[in-house]
Design a protein around this ligand. Structure first.
Ligand code: FMN
Length: 162
């Protein structure tokens, strides 16, 4: 039995899309994963895991402020301590998602994390204010992509692939 979950999934969501994505990944990874809202995730939780999946929406071409606060508060405490560990991203978007992906890539490059899965972006196609503010439901195909990512990350970490 593993003493600590191998995969830490850190998430933020405003209208439920990214939350459903994170939950699908966590469910597929099973006991190998720990799912933490970004306001509950800290340096100790990061140190206790061997790999990371960061899941959040793109807002104004960036990751959400709450997710950024997670990186702001853990960046220096973890600098030099998690080099070479695996990471992946899953972004909930209304139309793009590349900005948030690039931003996370830049930040974790400072930690020397290693991307082990292609960036996943789920486009919920919300473009009007009403659609953007509405609760999101995750389409089955996207749910499966998130589940596949969670399962692959959990398995890869567990067999020492990454
Ligand atoms: C203030 C705000 C800004 C947004 N800016 C972007 C953006 O720059 N690019 C994009 O693709 N989607 C943008 N969106 C849409 C959200 O990314 C999309 O609705 C996403 O599904 C929300 O995820 P959530 O349901 O987990 O909160 C924005 C939404 C809000 C509320």
């Amino acid at each position: 039995m593993t003493a600590e979950p191998l995969l830490l999934i850190v998430w933020h969501s405003r209208t439920g899309g990214a939350r459903a994505m994170a939950e699908a990944a966590a469910e597929a990874a099973g006991a190998k994963a720990r799912l933490l809202h970004c306001t509950d995730a800290d340096a100790a939780a990061m140190l206790a895991a061997q790999g990371y999946l960061f899941v959040c929406p793109e807002n104004l071409a960036s990751m959400t402020g709450a997710m950024k606060e997670f990186f702001d508060t853990t960046y220096y405490p973890l600098l030099g301590q998690i080099e070479g560990r695996a990471f992946a991203t899953a972004i909930a978007a209304g139309s793009d998602g590349e900005g948030a992906t690039r931003q996370i890539d830049r930040i974790v490059a400072g930690w020397r994390l290693k991307r082990v899965a292609d960036p996943l972006i789920v486009n919920f196609a919300a473009q009007t204010p009403e659609a953007i503010l509405a609760a999101k439901s995750l389409p089955e195909k996207a749910r499966q992509e998130c589940a596949d990512m969670g399962a692959a990350l959990g398995e890869g970490l567990s067999i020492g692939l990454f």
